[in-house]
Write a protein that binds this ligand. Structure first.
Ligand code: MTE
Ligand code: MO
Length: 375
């Protein structure tokens, strides 16, 4: 790939790979604001960042549509009123380094910052599908998205979601051209990307070029040979015949992490400090975040500071943003291990140990998050 025209980037990013660019937000920056500022929002790309011109851009809707259509940005913006959807994007590889610490895994290393909360502006995918007279009620159909760029995996970036998500008015899937009130930046998919709330970030295809209606899942690498979950006993020697049997990851699991204090931070014994972090689920409302200051022996309930408002949503199932939380501690019992775990409205909670959910691609780590604090 040609990396000579990459955009300017935020100097405080924790860069995990330069080419393609993979960078995460430092933990303490994540909990500063409910909406992650665009320039600080993690970037996960599989190839060079395309440099496209919105005025000349068009995308195509093909596959099981008759006739196939091409649309410009103007066509799209004229199709239906713009809506905004507030939603987290999180990479399935977020917190991969904790799995790596158990046993080596393949994939870009991430701490807990491959996540951000954005406000996305665009047109519901449902409106575009309806405009193309796609059968919205066919549960066997899948909607495939393909980006423009050539990935280091020697293929286009392609992925799909089931029609029942794509066409669901409560699924809030968006073809977005705005992020936090401004046009998308190059790193985040300018001029057009998909936003699939509640799903792993990999399904929110950037630099969207093709939408294909299929009667099967996408067979692109990122759907069929990546982003799948296996039992810890499966290694690279045994995985080959298992890829097609394992479902592609889609919905997120309940997740939370501690952003303050930082790992190995010094908090003098008996001084006051605040534990802060994020929590989210697959759209289910976060109902409780528990914090332990003694490695899980005793728990306290943290205060939820900010989450999607119920009045606005009117459902328990469209909390696509994260919840930010804190626990004020008057006298910190340092040295100690701080732990957090979240619960959602369906009483889903997180597994205790990363060891038991280790998998060879290092995805979907939502184990209790632990941070060691020194005295
Ligand atoms: N879309 C394209 N075209 N190319 C990519 O490399 N990466 C995916 C997804 N969409 C990717 C893509 C992955 S794995 C994630 S986690 C999110 O985009 C990251 O979105 P962001 O870089 O805007 O945070
Ligand atoms: Mo990702």
């Amino acid at each position: 790939g040609d990396y000579s025209k990459e955009p300017q980037r935020w100097p405080l990013f924790v860069v995990n790979a330069e080419q393609p660019f993979n960078a995460e937000t430092p933990p303490q920056e994540l909990v500063k604001e409910f909406f992650t500022p665009t320039e600080k929002f993690y970037v996960r790309s599989h190839g060079p960042a395309p440099d496209l011109n919105a005025g000349q851009f068009c995308f195509h809707i093909g596959g099981l549509v008759d006739p196939p259509k091409a649309m410009t940005m103007q066509d799209l913006q004229a199709l239906a009123p713009k809506v905004t959807v507030d939603a987290v994007l999180m990479c399935a590889g977020n917190r991969r380094n904790e799995l790596k610490a158990v046993k080596p895994v393949k994939g870009v290393g991430w701490e807990l910052g491959a996540i951000g909360n954005g406000s996305w502006g665009g047109v519901p995918l449902r409106e575009v599908l309806r405009h193309c007279k796609v059968d919205l009620d066919s549960p066997h159909l899948h909607v495939e998205f393909v980006g423009v760029e050539d990935c280091e995996e020697k293929t286009k970036y392609g992925s799909s979601i089931p029609m029942c998500k794509a066409a669901d008015p409560k699924g809030d899937v968006l073809l977005a051209w705005e992020m936090n009130g401004k046009p998308l930046t190059r790193d985040h998919g300018y001029p057009l990307r998909v936003v699939v709330p509640g799903y792993i970030g990999a399904r929110s295809v950037k630099w969207l070029k093709h939408i294909n209606i299929l009667d099967r899942e996408s067979v692109y690498f990122f759907q069929s040979r990546d982003y799948k979950l296996f039992i810890p006993s499966v290694g690279w020697d045994t995985v080959e015949e298992l890829w097609d049997l394992a479902p592609a990851l889609a919905e997120l699991a309940v997740q939370s992490a501690i952003c303050e204090p930082l790992a190995n931070q010094v908090i003098p014994t008996g001084t006051a400090a605040t534990v802060k972090g994020y929590a989210l689920s697959n759209g289910h409302r976060i109902t409780r975040v528990d914090v332990s200051l003694d490695d899980g022996a005793n728990w306290q309930v943290a205060e939820i500071l900010h989450q999607d408002s119920r009045e606005k949503k009117g459902f328990e199932s469209r909390y696509w943003s994260w919840s930010l939380w804190q626990l004020r501690v008057d006298k910190f019992p340092s040295p100690c291990t701080v732990v957090c775990r979240a619960w959602d409205i369906a009483s889903n909670t997180q597994p205790e140990n990363a060891k038991n959910i280790w998998n060879l691609r290092g995805v979907m780590n939502n184990a209790w998050h632990r941070v060691k604090v020194s005295a």
